[in-house]
Design a protein around this ligand. Sequence first.
Ligand code: GLY
Ligand code: MN
Ligand code: MN
Length: 432
Amino acid sequence: MFAARRQRFLDALGPDSVAILVGARLATRSADTEYPFRQDSDFWYLTGFDQPDAVAVLRNDAGPAFTLFVQPKDRAAETWTGIRPGVEGAVERYGADEAYPSGELIEKLPTLLERARHVYHVLGRRKDVDRKLIAVQEELRTRTKLGFAPAADLIDPRHLLHEMRLFKDPEELDWMRRAAAISAEGHERAAGLAQPGKYEYQLEAELLHAFRSNGASGPAYGSIVGGGKNAAILHYVTNDQRLAKDSMVLIDAGAELAGYASDVTRTYPVGGRFSGAGRAVYEVVLAAQEAALALCRPGATLPQIHEAAVRSLIEGMVSLQLVEGTVDDVFANESYRPWYMHGTSHWLGLDVHDVGTYSRGKEPRKLEPGMVFTVEPGLYVRDDDENAPESLRGLGVRIEDDVIITDDGHENLNTAIAKRIPDVEAWVRAGS
Ligand code: GLY
Ligand code: MN
Ligand code: MN
C-alpha cells in the first residue's frame, strides 16, 4: 500500500526528480519530557514509518527509489525509549531499498542529489537540510564541465501529495470507518454520563477510555466537552465544569486510528430529556444538517452544501426570533453570522482539518468519489448576547458527521451515533 503510493507519487514528479521528505521529531513538553510522538502526516502517508527523526529520499533518477534515514539500533537508547527498527528494519519491514542512520543524512545528500533535475523539498523544517541542499546545488554549478548540473528547480511536494491525500484509497476508508466505530463507542459511553452534577472531564474520560481501549492512539484533536454556555465556545477544551440540570452538553470528539481522524459532534440533553428552547435549537440544527447531507454527492460543491445548511438554519433562526426577514435577505446580508460563524465542512483524513485544495482556480471544486469531509452546522448563543431572546442565551448545539463521497451519493460514517431526538435521549437515559 505504501509502496503503491510512493510509486504514484514518483510517477507524478518529472523525470530525474529527487524528493526529500522529513519526518517529525519529538517535541519538548516541559523540561526533559516530550509530547507523545505523532508522525508527520505526509511522511506517514508515503512510508508508514512511525519513528522520530526519519528522513525519506524518493527518486526516479538512476538511484535507488527509496532511501530511509532512521535512528540506528542502539542498545542503551532502546533500553530507555523503546526498540527501534534500525537500518535493517527500515529495509526489511518498511521496504526501503537502502537505509542509513539519520546522522548520515547531511553527508549523503551530495550523492543523493547529484543527478537530480528537479528537487522536491519543503523548506523551513530542517535548517541543516535546507543549508546543505543549497550548498550542494552551488557546488554542482562549479562542476558543470564534468557533466554535472544543479537542479533546474526546487519544488514544494505538497501540492502533489495533498491532491493524492484528498482522494482516499480503500484501505484508508476502512481505517476511517473503524475510527468512526470507535468514536461511536466513546460517544455512547460519554452520553451515558451526561447527568446533572457530573464534570465535563468525566465525560472526556469516557471518550478516552473507549478510544484507547479499542486501540486508537487517542483523540484526533482535543476533545471538546462543553456543558451549558460552554457549548458556545467553538473550541472549548478546558472541560472542567459541572453539568447543570436541564442544560445540554456539546461533545466534539473523535478517535485517531492508524493516523486517521474521526471528527464527530453531538449535543446531549443533560439528564436525558431535551426541553424548551434547547429542544427547539436542536431541531433547527438537525434540520440544517439533514438539508446539507442531502446534497452530498458527486458533482456538488462544499459551498452549495454550506448554503443549504445556512438557509435551513436561517429558517430556524427566524422562528426562534434571532433574525428577521426573508431567508434570501438574511442570507445576503449575513445577519445570521453572530450565531453561525463557521464553515459547514472541511476535508478529513490523516489530519482533522485535512489537506487538499477547496477550489480549482476561482471555482469551488466539485465533489468526487473518495473525498471525505465533515458536515457540521451549529447554532451558538452566548450567555451575554443581548441581541438574542433571553430564553436562547447560553445555548449551543452542533451536529457533525463525516461523509465519504461514493459513486452515486455518500456514505455517512457516523450513523451508529445517536442523532434523532428519541435516540439521543435514550443514550443519555441508559446511563442514568
Ligand atoms: N473538531 C474540530 C472541528 O470540528 O472542526
Ligand atoms: Mn469537530
Ligand atoms: Mn470538524
